[in-house]
Write a protein of this length. Structure first.
Ligand code: ADP
Ligand code: MG
Length: 244
């Protein structure tokens, strides 16, 4: 694989006696969209959280954009600026307007002036279909709208990789489509993405590669048609029988 964006080698993560990641190897190429699937508790969130050091690995190596994330000497704040993350529960600042949520990081980190950040914020809101919500408070938005704001906020730092951890799992069914549309558009524009999701339709349509994790390991991976239609591993088969 050329132009590796993410290169994870033999990643282990223990929480006390709980060995959650048991030697994960995981690569993502530039512009690639990888959908990560697997049973609850298999370590998907922990893997994503290790990628931007919300968790520190017990052992193993994580290289992102040529930076060794697992090296304590790496400036993790700088590395994180290039990694956008979107969570299941949005995590918007409810005391700030939508616009302020989006402006915050680039202004605080001295990337943009307040005016530039506002201008960019409006553009990003337009891109996620919420141009009229700049001055709105998060509480006044639906879940799907909040999640699209969260995506716009992550994009405000111009990340070159986006991590999504079950971005539509907390949404009412009628909200899911709008959020997936925004993600599809991002993928088409060439964003490198790692997406944990149970939306198999999205995976089939958008993923370049599907990675199946079980019990702290990557068990199987391949193109969506290959993994969904011809799973090789019994655990992949059992999982897909349940979710599809
Ligand atoms: P998934 O996202 O695939 O459902 P997780 O990565 O969230 O799986 O969790 C895998 C395992 O790690 C679970 O057993 C969970 O209880 C444990 N775990 C995750 N985060 C923590 C934490 N901060 N402290 C202790 N245990 C954790
Ligand atoms: Mg999870």
């Amino acid at each position: 694989m050329t132009n590796l964006k993410v290169d994870v080698t033999n990643l282990k993560k223990n929480f006390g006696d709980n060995h959650v990641l048991k030697g994960v190897n995981f690569k993502v190429a530039d512009n690639e969209v990888v959908v990560l699937i697997g049973p609850s508790g298999s370590g998907k969130s922990t893997l994503l959280r290790c990628l931007n050091r919300l968790e520190s690995p017990t052992s193993g190596k994580i290289i992102i954009d040529g930076r060794d994330i697992s090296d304590p000497k790496t400036d993790i704040d700088l590395a994180r600026q290039n990694i956008g993350m979107v969570f299941q529960h949005f995590n918007l600042f409810n005391n700030l307007t939508v616009g302020e949520n989006i402006e915050l990081a680039p202004v605080e980190l001295g990337k943009l002036s307040k005016e530039e950040a506002a201008q960019q914020g409006k553009k990003l809101l337009k891109a996620v279909g919420l141009e009229d919500k700049f001055s709105a408070m998060p509480q006044s938005l639906s879940g799907g709208q909040k999640q699209r704001v969260a995506i716009a906020r992550a994009l405000a730092m111009k990340p070159d990789i986006m991590l999504f951890d079950e971005p539509t799992s907390a949404l009412d069914p009628e909200m899911v489509g709008d959020v997936l549309e925004v993600m599809k558009k991002l993928a088409k524009e060439g964003m490198t993405m790692v997406v944990v999701t149970h939306e198999m339709g999205f995976a089939k349509e958008v993923a370049d590669r599907v990675v199946f994790m079980a019990d702290g390991k990557v068990v199987e991976e391949g193109q969506p048609e290959q993994v969904f239609d011809h799973p090789q591993n019994v655990r992949t088969k059992a999982f897909l029988d349940k979710v599809i």
